[in-house]
Each structure stands twice: as structure tokens, then as C-alpha cells.
Design a binder for this molecule. Structure first.
Ligand code: ASP
Ligand code: MG
Length: 427
């Protein structure tokens, strides 16, 4: 049997009890005859606590030192997990990201993996040991400094290792049983999705569903690495993220009319409106150049038709809330050159999206979605679409109502209680 890569998230290893439980699971997989390579996240909310600690010392922690600090979280869990496995009579060796050969670029806090050279991992596996790798970290090829991959990045470590080791599957364990048609924390009727495509998972993750790190899904798609998302608290089959979810599935068990796969929501965004922009060539270019130069990723953009009388228009866009003030500062510098009237900032917004590969071939999805929102009394502030997604921005207070309305409108719910949330804080 081949190599299995298993990744355990922070909620699965939140305390000593959790670590022992995970150690037992790993050993069970080993007993089945697999070679096991484990990627582990920091225990519980350790990463958040380390960030808080840094912020108590300085409001702007230097990026290099912050990365050094944060990688300590995963180093704690990997060492303790290796100890727990050894008490069960199996050999385990822990490795930092850098020891595991995770080579990245030099972008602290959001480093990209550029190569994986898993020589030491293969050595451990050849010796019959279980290799435990600290997630979410690597070492820069150029500066040789320790880097982190961004919040939630252990998923990406796991898939990258699985690809480099030519593993059969990358199993990602968290505190829910898989990927659901909506977040079970706000939609009690959410149903587990048995199989889902990389594309749909990417859209769901990009639209705020806290299922998998976005880059991990991109990586898995590029190398066609199957991901099995499941709970470390139960033995249930989870969700398979694969290239072709319908392949090999008996025709009669294919969910009919599953045009919409799921509803995602995101409360981490803010909306900026540039009010009274002169309607002439180059204004939008100047505005978004300033945002781009500040290294800020934007999401939706809406530009209104300019009012004939004034020749002025409004441009609104959404962006991650954490970058809102930086964007406002960048735009403030443009007021005299662009000549807009004023800036508006709103961080009490949320985004709700319906995602489904079947959407591109069936008309009326937007109408049904918007009708459900209107019946629920939810006002739409912005709209955007892709081939397999329709998203709206609504007031943050209406996010939950919007998710419930869309979930019902597309008949995604189940009457049996399927979704069990075993622990954690929803990260
Ligand atoms: N511990 C890191 C975080 O919380 C990485 C991870 O959990 O994937 O973001
Ligand atoms: Mg974490």
C-alpha cells in the first residue's frame, strides 16, 4: 500500500486528550499497512494567541520575527504528537517545515511553496517511522529565513507533501464530517456533500466557506491529488474532492437536479465606495492601480452609470476587512489627482454565494436566488457572478437569513440531522 498523508487541524489537537486520540488514529492507519506522513496545525487557538502576544508588544510586528514566532505553534504540536505516537509503541519523528524540505518564496506571512524536497521524510518512511511535519511553514530559497504560508496554510503543506511523495490520497481532518451544503453552524439542515469537484471547492473556499485553504485546492487541482475531508472525531466517510465527482458513482445514486452544490458565506470583507468620480478616461485605472500598488486583493467591483447632469459616477468594491484602512489611506492620496468627492467605508457587510457546476447550463438561477432573498427581506447591495457562482453583498446582520433562504430555495436541506460540529471555534 502507498503513502497516505493525513493533516490534523488545530481543533483536532487542541489538548493532550485530542493529541492522544489523533495519535491512535494515525497508528490505526499505520497498522492497516500504509506508510503515514502527518501534517499538523498548532494546538487549538495557539496561532491567534501568538498573534495577540506579538500585538501586545508592538502594533506592527516585523514580518520576519512574526513568522518565526508563529511557526513555534506547529513545532509544539508536532513534537507532542510524536511523543504520543511513541507511547503507543510506534516510531515517530517530527520535522519542521524547513527540515521537511518545504521551500518557499520570501513573502513573510503569505509565502508560496516553490518546491518540496522531502528527502528526510522519505528517509523516515523508509525506516518504518511515521513522519510528523509542522504545517503552514517553510524556508525561503533566497533569504533562508523561516516563512509562513498564511492563515490556514497547513492544508497547503499537506497537499504539497502528498504531491511530492506521490501519495494515494491527502486526508484533511477537522472538526466537521466533511464539506456541507452550507456552514452547519448557521444552517442546521445542511447536508454533507459526498463528492465535489476541485472547481466547486475552489469557488466555495474563495467565497468564504471555511473548508479548505484556497491554495491547497489549487495545488490539488493542478496535480490531480484527491483530498478526503473528514472529521478526526468520527469514523465516518467525509467529502471527496476530486477532478470528476460523478466518475465511478452508480447512476441511480447521483443526486438529481443538483444544480447548486452549496451556499457559502463570508463575513470578513469590507466595502469601499469612491463617491463622485469624474466620468472620464483613466479614472478607474488610477484608483485600482493605487490599490494594487498597496498589494491589496479586491473582490467585487461595481461602477454605476454616471449621472448625465453631473458627469460623476460612484465606484464601489469589496476587499478583505483587514486591509480596509490601508486601502483607504492609499485612496486618500489620490483625491486631488482623481478628483473624486469623498470616500465611504462600510465593514458591516457580508457576502453570500451559491455555487454549482450545473449552473452554467440551467437558466433562472439568479432569479431564484434573488427571489428567495427578497422573500426573506434581505436587501442586495452588490452582485457578481462567475460561470459556476452567483454572489451578493448584503448587510452583515442579514447574512444568516440570506444563507437559510438560498439553502431552502435550492432544496439543499435534509430533514435528518447530519451535521455534527465536534469542537473548535469555527476556524
Ligand atoms: N496554525 C495556522 C493557523 O491557524 C495554520 C493552520 O492551522 O493551518 O492559521
Ligand atoms: Mg489553526
Amino acid at each position: 500500500m502507498g503513502i497516505v498523508v493525513q493533516k490534523y487541524g488545530g481543533s483536532s489537537v487542541a489538548d493532550a486528550v485530542g493529541i492522544k486520540r489523533v495519535a491512535q488514529r494515525i497508528v490505526n492507519t499505520k497498522k492497516q499497512g500504509h506508510d503515514v506522513v502527518v501534517v499538523v496545525s498548532a494546538m487549538g487557538d495557539t496561532t491567534d494567541e501568538l498573534i495577540d502576544l506579538a500585538n501586545e508588544v508592538t502594533p506592527l510586528p516585523p514580518a520576519r520575527e512574526l513568522d518565526m514566532l508563529l511557526t513555534a505553534g506547529e513545532r509544539i504540536s508536532m513534537a507532542v504528537l510524536a511523543m504520543a505516537i511513541q507511547t503507543l509503541g510506534y516510531e515517530a519523528r517530527s520535522f519542521t517545515g524547513s527540515q521537511a524540505g518545504v521551500i518557499t518564496d520570501a513573502e513573510h506571512g503569505k509565502a508560496k511553496i516553490i518546491d518540496v524536497r522531502p528527502g528526510r521524510i522519505l528517509g523516515a518512511v523508509a525506516d518504518g517511522a511515521i513522519a510528523i511535519v509542522a504545517g503552514f511553514q517553510g524556508v525561503s530559497q533566497t533569504t533562508k529565513d523561516i516563512t509562513t504560508l498564511g492563515r490556514g496554510g497547513s492544508d497547503t503543506t499537506a497537499v504539497a507533501l502528498a504531491v511530492a511523495l506521490e501519495a494515494d490520497v491527502c486526508e484533511i481532518y477537522s472538526d466537521v464530517d466533511g464539506i456541507f451544503t452550507a456552514d452547519p453552524r448557521i444552517e442546521p439542515r445542511a447536508r454533507k456533500i459526498p463528492r465535489i469537484s476541485y472547481e466547486e471547492t475552489l469557488e466555495m473556499a474563495a467565497q468564504g466557506a471555511k473548508i479548505l485553504h484556497l491554495r491547497c485546492v489549487e495545488y490539488a487541482r493542478r496535480y490531480d491529488m484527491p483530498i478526503h475531508v473528514r472529521s478526526s472525531f468520527s469514523e465516518r466517510e467525509g467529502t471527496w474532492v476530486v477532478k470528476d465527482p460523478q466518475a465511478g458513482v452508480a447512476q441511480e445514486s447521483l443526486m438529481e437536479s443538483a444544480i447548486i452544490t452549496g451556499v457559502a458565506h463570508d463575513r470578513s470583507q469590507a466595502k469601499i465606495t469612491v463617491v463622485g468620480v469624474p466620468d472620464k478616461v483613466g479614472e478607474a485605472a488610477a484608483i485600482f492601480r493605487a490599490i494594487a500598488d498597496a498589494q491589496i486583493n479586491i473582490d467585487m467591483i461595481v461602477q454605476n452609470v454616471s449621472a448625465a447632469a453631473t458627469g460623476l459616477t460612484d465606484i464601489s468594491f469589496t476587499l478583505p476587512r483587514g486591509e480596509g484602512q490601508m486601502a483607504m489611506a492609499a485612496l486618500a492620496k489620490l483625491q486631488s489627482t482623481v478628483g473624486y468627492e469623498r470616500l465611504g467605508y462600510d465593514d458591516s457587510v457580508g457576502k453570500v454565494s451559491v455555487v454549482g457546476a450545473g449552473m452554467s447550463t440551467s437558466p433562472g438561477i439568479s432569479a431564484r436566488f434573488f427571489e428567495s432573498l427578497s422573500e426573506a427581506g434581505v436587501n442586495i447591495e452588490m452582485i457578481s457572478t462567475s460561470e459556476i457562482r452567483v454572489s451578493v453583498v448584503v448587510s452583515e446582520t442579514q447574512v444568516e437569513a440570506a444563507v437559510n433562504a438560498a439553502h431552502a430555495a435550492f432544496e439543499l436541506g435534509t430533514d435528518e440531522v447530519e451535521a455534527v460540529v465536534y469542537g473548535g471555534t469555527g476556524r
